[in-house]
Design a protein around this ligand. Structure first.
Ligand code: DON
Length: 338
């Protein structure tokens, strides 16, 4: 796409969340409404994930001023999985900028499963976007650092700055995925064959597997998302993690690709940039307002948490988060504007 807007400043206009008590009541209402939903199944293609307790259900809304509204299992930790892709992408954009990253990894949806090999083949080895495994592996390969150990350190530190505290590696999840991730290793080799990865692809896949195994809670996801909602400043620590431009770039990518092949339906129903992971987490971001973190391990066929999606749909409506929603001006205002 040929768009030349260099030097045109980005102006911003967003609304506000309802008052504290109202948000608190609506988060509780969403939790209560969907805690009896039992549709979906816990992921089992990474063996250890099959042991997750399917009844766990946590919600947290983080406001951009640091206010937290949490209910249920919001502090239970689980492996971040694919949600890490969003934040590693932001860190890479912070280092290299919009244009350079776009040359290496695209921003369009594949319409195919997150671990599709065909999506890579159909696009001449150019990963279509950073939220599918091929694009995420290519993005991880771009992380600054002279060695895989240094890159891993940078990822862990960067994601911890988004969360506002040091994130720990879940060794059991890492070992379980590392022992079974033949498909991701194949994707790494395929990218190498197309000249898309300059370093050892198996080392990159190992770093990617580690990033997916970092432990977070629904509360952490909400804080990480609220950092993207507030122009890159963590609402709890006040630290700038990435620039406002990087937040804009990342949220645009999440809107079109964050919920995999269901991203269009998600946007249609919920109207927020978001990212899900196979262990049952979702983060949904309301720019300028805050973010919702959800955790419930039962997934639908595309790999998105069933209760998490329902709670997000409920809260998007009741909290007024849908970025596409508007209502007609009041008759009085129409009169004034005449
Ligand atoms: O690479 C994988 O398959 C996992 N580490 C992450 C996949 C994932 O979370 C996809 N989610 N819906």
């Amino acid at each position: 796409m040929d768009i030349d807007v260099d030097g045109v400043a980005q102006q911003v206009s967003t609304g506000r969340l309802p008052g504290w008590d109202r948000v608190e009541a609506l988060v509780r209402e969403a939790h209560q409404t969907y805690s009896s939903a039992t549709a979906g199944a816990v992921a089992d293609y990474i063996p250890v994930l099959a042991a997750a307790d399917p009844e766990l259900f946590g919600l947290c809304v983080a406001e951009v001023d640091g206010g937290l509204h949490q209910v249920g299992d919001a502090e239970v930790t689980f492996s971040i999985q694919s949600i890490s892709k969003a934040f590693v992408y932001a860190l890479v954009c912070e280092t290299f900028g919009h244009e350079e990253v776009l040359e290496r990894v695209g921003v369009n949806n594949t319409g195919l499963a997150f671990n599709s090999v065909m999506a890579v083949e159909l696009n001449g080895g150019h990963p279509r976007n950073p939220m599918v495994n091929a694009g995420a592996i290519a993005t991880t390969a771009m992380m600054p650092g002279a060695t895989p150990a240094e890159q891993w350190q940078q990822i862990r530190d960067g994601l911890s700055r988004f969360a506002g505290h040091p994130l720990e590696l879940d060794e059991e999840v890492y070992r379980s995925e590392a022992a079974t991730n033949l498909r991701n290793r194949a994707i790494g080799r395929l990218l190498q064959s197309y000249g898309r990865i300059a370093v050892d692809p198996l080392e990159v896949v190992d770093t990617y597997t580690r990033q997916c195994s970092l432990r977070v809670s629904a509360r952490d996801l909400a804080v990480m998302g609220a950092t993207l909602a507030d122009g890159g400043v963590n609402p709890l620590t006040g630290e700038r993690v990435v620039s406002a431009q990087v937040c804009t770039d990342t949220l645009a990518v999440l809107a079109s690709t964050g919920m995999y092949e269901n991203s269009g339906e998600w946007l249609f129903e919920i109207g927020l940039p978001a990212k899900s992971g196979v262990s049952g987490g979702i983060v949904a971001i309301a720019p300028g307002k805050g973010a919702l973190g959800t955790f419930s391990p039962r997934l639908d066929a595309a790999g998105n948490s069933v209760r998490g999606q329902r709670a997000a749909a409920h809260l998007s409506r009741t909290l007024g988060l849908n970025v596409f929603a508007s209502t007609a001006r009041s008759p009085e205002r129409q009169e004034q504007d005449r």
